[in-house]
Design a binder for this molecule. Structure first.
Ligand code: ADP
Ligand code: MG
Length: 488
């Protein structure tokens, strides 16, 4: 029998706030263990939680970015469990009435090749709720240590419907989700720093049926490649069991990245095991509709909407939009340059190719990766460079040289062109003389050109460009050569 995998993801995202979800203790990644705590975080008797409004508003913005409905009223529940990562013995979360309801995310599946756009589809979300992060346990050889710095950090848990059907779709979804979250400034989603973590639920069902099979849940997937590997492993494992006539046990499994396999942690807990009940110390939260509208208005255009707009309005090819649009800063840089000189294709090309290459190379020389915000160039640099090329002051070829120099020195292109004497030669007398010399020196190329081989002209252009150090106006050069040969 053929089986179809069905996957649902639960993604925890740390919301970027200065302080924790229910107290003013600060949070910063990498601080010395247990230095960012207070009595509330440690669950000392007599302490009371105080809501972090920024966290709630940012979570609502996340919901709007993911096209959820924002609940008029949400409330807080205690999820009770006994484990050393939670000093209160319960986690504050939203079980019954989450802040964000439903939602959907547009994803692009991989195309037939990197340069070709893939199919798009929508993935349905179930909800997004807010909760507090537990502490971080580290298991060492003979002991387990705990760091409460992370405890109490606001977490948004995004829950999808079981609406993904392969590991590839799950990966496309996570990439799309990450772009949306980073775009909206909710989190940097650095998985290595635990800012984004993913649990994957996987089940199989006979192809063509639509009831859900028994699922298992994989925990501890802290990179996109782990998500892919764990889902593929689980699909293989469940297929083997079902093909042998066995049945799947509903359980929680832990992915071991070093061994590339998962093992059973515990049989899956049910909601009633947590004895959820409303937190008596926290009031329900009323979310005014006007505020929802205001928060929505602050959000940026979604990356795939922007990509469609760039393709339509600027006629940019997919190869450029697929580089620019996933990154909001690149798009903003591009749009700022366009305001100075309206040449979308050339500007997009310089950003997507030359600029990104230089930024990558700069980071290879021992420095940490340069982002566009640390770039020595401004949008005005790129706009001016494209303008002087469009105006025929320099050739495209010299443009590349000016670009590198601009990146190195931070000087504007006009300054570099002046200093280095790079102005294109539009001196038709000089070009004509050099062309005559080239024609006289390469009878073979001339003959080939006359026989209809237009490419043979390049062999004649070479020496002229060399003599002018690349400064001959290419259009003029082409025209003069053709004229001289046709007439001669
Ligand atoms: P819990 O919170 O106990 O893990 P939920 O019912 O909230 O359970 O579901 C969690 C995730 O599991 C959701 O992303 C959901 O889409 C997914 N899921 C539920 N049932 C299945 C199934 N049979 N196969 C695959 N994924 C599933
Ligand atoms: Mg779960």
């Amino acid at each position: 029998m053929d089986y179809e995998p069905v996957i649902g993801l639960e993604i925890h995202v740390q919301i970027k706030t200065r302080t924790k979800m229910f107290t003013a203790a600060p949070y910063a990644y990498g601080a010395a263990p247990n230095t960012l705590t207070d009595a509330v975080v440690l669950g000392l008797p007599g302490t009371l939680p105080v809501l972090n409004h920024t966290a709630i508003e940012k979570c609502a913005q996340l919901g709007l970015m993911l096209q959820c409905e924002i609940a008029e009223v949400c409330k807080w529940d205690r999820k009770n469990y006994f484990y050393p990562d939670s000093p209160k013995n319960y986690q504050l979360t939203q079980n019954e009435q989450p802040l964000c309801i439903g939602g959907k995310v547009e994803i692009e599946l991989p195309g037939p090749s990197r340069n070709v756009e893939g199919e798009h589809r929508w993935v349905t979300l179930n909800r997004i709720h807010l909760e507090e992060d537990p502490g971080k346990l580290t298991h060492e050889s003979f002991e387990t240590v705990i760091d409460f710095n992370r405890a109490g950090v606001p977490l948004a848990e995004i829950v999808t419907e079981p609406d993904l059907y392969s590991s590839t779709e799950a990966v496309s979804f996570l990439n799309a989700l990450r772009q949306l979250i980073v775009y909206a400034g909710i989190s940097d989603c650095d998985m290595e720093k635990g800012q984004m973590r993913c649990d994957a639920n996987v089940s199989l069902r006979p192809k063509g049926t639509d009831t859900l099979g028994t699922r298992t849940e994989m925990k501890n997937l802290n990179s996109i490649s782990n998500v892919r590997a764990a889902i593929e492993y689980e699909i293989r494992r469940q297929t083997e069991i079902l093909e042998d006539g066995g049945s799947i046990l509903q359980e929680t499994r832990r992915w071991d990245a070093a061994k590339s396999e998962s093992f059973s942690l515990r049989s899956k807990e049910e909601a009633h095991d947590y004895r959820y009940f409303p937190d008596p110390d926290l009031m329900p939260v009323l979310f005014p509709r006007e505020r929802v509208t205001e928060l929505g208005a602050e959000l940026p255009e979604r990356p795939l909407d922007r990509q469609r707009r760039y393709q339509k309005d600027f006629e940019l090819p997919y190869t450029l939009t697929s580089v620019l649009c996933p990154e909001r800063e690149l798009c903003e840089f591009f749009e700022a340059a366009l305001l100075e000189h309206s040449a979308p294709k050339a500007i997009a090309n310089y950003i997507a190719n030359d600029l990104l290459r230089e930024l990558a190379e700069a980071s290879e020389h021992g420095q940490s990766a340069l982002s566009i915000s640390q770039c020595p160039l401004t949008p005005a640099h790129i706009a001016s460079l494209v303008r002087v090329i469009d105006e025929g002051v320099i050739s495209k070829q010299i443009g590349k040289e000016v670009f590198s120099e601009m990146f190195r020195t931070g000087n504007m292109p006009e300054v570099i062109i002046e200093e280095k004497g790079l102005k294109q030669s539009n001196d038709s007398g000089e070009i004509e003389a050099l062309c005559q010399a080239a024609i006289a020196g390469n009878a073979k190329a001339v003959a080939q050109y006359k026989e209809g081989n237009a490419k043979a002209l390049n062999a004649l252009k070479g020496p002229v460009m060399k003599a002018t150090k690349g400064k001959a106006n290419p259009a003029m050069l082409d025209q003069v050569l053709r004229k001289l040969i046709d007439e001669g």
